[in-house]
Write a protein that binds this ligand. Structure first.
Ligand SMILES: [Mg+2]
Length: 288
């Protein structure tokens, strides 16, 4: 049976080191995946603009990518051509000329909802809407250009919580009742639509016959380091948790087999993918 393996990877703290945002230690594994025609789909809390800038530098072919914790899938040219987008799909839009599969909520509505609650209950927190680019740089360590790209959130609002855990729980409950969701990433909490990174798997299964017609099955390899990766890691066929310098080890569902990396960030990504590739029976290039 021909199986298409697909990598779905988080960026910050996973493919990119938590502190210096470098991916170069993963170059060998990236190149090896590309040579086996295994697509690497970035699946991050970052924005469209941030990912568009980053992928220009990566040594891998163009792929679709998922932004803002499953809120939108930016389709590669190939994927956009394979799916008959002329059929009227409710989720499909062109944004800045790019084909995008939108699952989340727009940021303006999220911000209106969030900051109105802050006013009403006098909760102590701040988010992207409150911060200048310089403040985002201070909090994230991003370069000025990257911080500017990061500030262009379209489907989520990151924030820092300074109030009690009890009030955070109240906010989380209110979000759920309003059809939204609070997720914890490596640096911030994020208010977003009720979506998660595993939305990618549903999308691929829905369009499998168009996207990967010559394969009988799809198997997902997921890599992540934090709470916002849990749904993706729990639903993947192979789950790799990258060791985090800021958080305790992520616990996945009971009975879930998990690979825990020995190293942090890009180095851990590189080591675990190279090890996994030796275990997966891959067809030779000629068979494909
Ligand atoms: Mg992360």
């Amino acid at each position: 049976m021909k199986t298409q393996y697909i990598v779905s990877t988080d960026l910050d703290g996973t493919l990119l080191n938590h502190h210096d945002y470098q991916w170069q230690d993963a170059e060998q594994a990236l190149t090896s995946l590309a040579s086996h025609h295994i697509p690497i789909i970035i699946n991050t809390s970052k924005t469209r603009l941030e990912v568009a800038n980053l992928i220009k530098a990566l040594p891998v072919p163009e792929q679709s990518y998922v932004v803002e914790n499953g809120s939108a899938i930016v389709l590669s040219t190939e994927h956009a051509n394979q799916i008959d987008l002329k059929s009227q799909y409710e989720n499909f839009q062109y944004i800045d000329g790019k084909p995008v599969w939108v699952l989340g909520e727009n940021r303006a509505s999220l911000c209106q909802w969030l900051y109105k609650l802050r006013e009403k209950y006098d909760w102590n927190f701040q988010g992207y809407q409150d911060w200048s680019i310089n403040q985002i740089i201070e909090k994230t360590g991003l370069s000025e250009a990257d911080a500017a790209a990061s500030s262009k959130k379209e489907f989520s609002e990151p924030f820092e919580w300074y109030d009690t855990q009890e009030n955070l729980q109240k906010l989380t409950d209110s979000a759920r009742l309003s059809g939204y969701k609070i997720v914890k990433g490596g640096r911030f909490y994020h208010l977003q639509g009720s979506v998660h990174k595993a939305s990618l798997f549903d999308f691929i299964h829905e369009f499998k016959n168009q996207l990967y017609p010559e394969f009988e099955s799809i198997r997902f390899i997921a890599l992540g380091d934090n709470h916002n990766d849990i749904d993706m890691l729990n639903q993947a066929d192979y789950s790799i948790v990258i060791k985090s310098p800021t958080d305790t080890k992520l616990e996945l569902s009971k009975n879930k087999q998990v690979i825990y990396s020995q190293s942090f960030g890009a180095k851990g990504w590189n080591e675990e993918i190279l090890t996994l590739l030796t275990f997966i029976k891959l067809p030779t290039i000629n068979e494909k």
